[in-house]
Design a protein around this ligand. Structure first.
Ligand code: THU
Length: 131
């Protein structure tokens, strides 16, 4: 298992993989499973702007596509101070993260905040509403 400082450094380094020619705003996300496996994602923009994929969904799609579940931590870092997930990503994350998954908004390995999904999207519409 990597510690939080290591995960944040991985996320910061991974920002260079951002494909963001339109906004020039880089975002990177790193997710670690409870087994310690790590998956990375970046924002991937498109000339048809709404087709853009955010870094959070990119990382989680990579992880889930490889069969990963049970996420321990997701670290998000972007080009602004305190880059928080957008509304679409919050809805996506609420579906696939666990109640105890740590959501870390990071500026540097020593400057970060930790949340739960309940903090970021309270009273969410979720699978409990459909089942
Ligand atoms: N973006 C993310 O990847 N994640 C966020 O949490 C906020 C926004 C991306 C989408 C777009 O490529 C760029 O940042 C500017 O909105």
């Amino acid at each position: 298992m990597k510690n939080i400082e290591e995960l944040i450094q991985i996320a910061l380094d991974n920002k260079e993989n951002s494909y963001s020619p339109y906004s020039n705003f880089r975002v990177s996300a790193v997710v670690m499973t409870k087994n310690g496996e790590i998956y990375k994602g970046v924002n991937i923009e498109n000339a048809s702007y709404p087709a853009t994929i955010c870094a959070e969904r990119s990382a989680l799609a990579a992880a889930i596509s490889e069969g990963a579940r049970d996420f321990h931590t997701i670290v998000i870092t972007g080009d602004s101070n305190d880059t928080y997930p957008c509304g679409v990503c919050r809805q996506f994350m609420a579906e696939v993260l666990d109640i105890d998954t740590k959501v870390v908004i990071a500026n540097s390995p020593t400057d970060y905040k930790t949340y739960s999904m309940e903090d970021l999207l309270p009273h969410s519409f979720s699978k409990k509403d459909l089942l």
